[in-house]
Design a protein around this ligand. Structure first.
Ligand code: SF4
Length: 371
């Protein structure tokens, strides 16, 4: 599916010697390939706005060598409680097209970048994990793109999943809005791998998450992953307010509870819609029919626009109630929220690195930790 969307490939000099490049080119016969000396040659020109080049970027690939580190700590947000997540930057951008995608405001290359030097990624991972064998690591590939949507081209997860099998204190989170994972199922059982889906009600998926799998398809994929022996996670992020949100999210949570075994769920996060102010205009330009940027928001301590605190607390509180009933025992947390909101929703607030430790305790062999 994603393969059929690719119309053009740029190959950065140096990337041609890698196995992943050969695999991707073989899987895209007939798609024009242009060799460029450096990715900067693609940078948006003065006067070009993201609204102009983003649509084309969604069908253009850039195969490049990651020269910086693949492994980076999630930057978190000052003044908000952080979970100590680790990001593997295996690419930048994504073939799906969510109206609220924050990457639209950060990326400046009109292409989906895939870093092809997989050997360097594995070397960096091995060295990082060996350097501190007692530390628990939660790593994910879904911060700068979708972890599954390009897998039919890259084959990345077929390499990463076995790599994580013998790592008792690390987990890989494969975070997605996509549903095709059949080639990966035979790689289970593997408790060191968590398949995670971002969820929203079907009406929001249809309106705001273009090209992404339906809610039903995501939940069916989650059920197949659990049956194959993988653990699961879910992210209601961004949680979006709209008239009728309560019914829509309650039904979505019920559908989740019916689709997957609660015991397989490692964690579930909640995060209200948020974006930097300039994104509001971009969102209105690209998606004039979308109402999500028009709702009243307030500039928060991190400079981002967020819903008013009372609304966030109400939405998180209701979600918590529904999730407790539908997915009993699942560990629930707030992504990038303030201590006051934590206190109002959970009656407590993790201090320092406490949230990270609580999530680490969900990593096999399930180290016992308390608040
Ligand atoms: S799936 Fe994620 S990375 Fe891709 S467009 Fe949607 S929000 Fe952005």
């Amino acid at each position: 599916m994603t393969t059929r969307r690719i119309r053009r490939i740029f190959l950065e000099a140096g990337a041609e010697d890698y196995e992943m490049t050969r695999r991707i080119l073989a899987r895209l016969p007939g798609v024009p390939v242009e060799v460029i000396p450096h990715r900067d040659a693609l940078k948006a020109r003065d006067g070009e706005t993201p609204a102009g080049w983003i649509p084309e970027a969604k069908s253009t690939l850039l195969l490049a060598v990651q020269k910086g580190p693949f492994w980076r700590p999630c930057p978190g947000t000052k003044d908000y409680i952080c979970c100590g997540y680790q990001v593997l930057q295996v690419g930048l951008n994504c073939p799906l097209d969510c109206s609220y995608c924050v990457l639209q405001g950060y990326l400046n290359l009109p292409a989906i970048t895939i870093f092809v030097n997989l050997e360097d990624l594995l070397g960096e991972l091995a060295a990082g994990l060996d350097a501190d064998p007692l530390k628990v690591w939660r790593l994910g590939t879904g911060e700068f793109g979708d972890s599954l949507a390009l897998d039919d081209l890259t084959g990345l997860n077929e390499v990463l999943i076995p790599f994580f099998s013998p790592q008792p204190r690390a987990v890989l989170e494969i975070k997605s809005k996509w549903h095709r994972l059949e080639p990966l199922l035979s790689l289970g059982p593997n408790p060191q791998v968590i398949f995670a889906w971002s969820l929203n009600p079907p009406e929001l998926i249809r309106a705001e998450e273009r090209g992404a799998a339906s809610l039903t398809a995501r939940l069916e994929a989650a059920g197949r992953a659990a049956a194959a022996g993988f653990r699961l996670a879910f992210h209601f992020d961004p949680l979006i307010y709209f008239p009728g949100w309560e019914d829509a999210y309650r039904r979505t949570v019920e559908q989740l509870g019916a689709a997957v075994p609660a015991a397989a769920v490692a964690w579930i996060s909640l995060g209200g819609l948020r974006f930097l102010p300039f994104m509001r205009q971009l969102l209105q330009q690209r998606f004039p029919a979308s109402p999500i940027a028009a709702f009243e928001m307030v500039r928060a301590l991190d400079g981002k626009l967020r819903y008013f605190k009372d609304l966030r607390i109400e939405m998180y509180g209701r979600m918590r109630e529904w999730l407790k009933a539908a997915v009993p025992g699942a560990f629930l947390y707030l992504c990038m929220e303030s201590p006051r909101v934590w206190q109002a929703v959970f009656g407590c607030q993790p201090r320092g690195e406490e949230l990270g430790r609580l999530l680490d305790a969900r990593v096999p062999p399930f180290i016992k930790e308390g608040l």
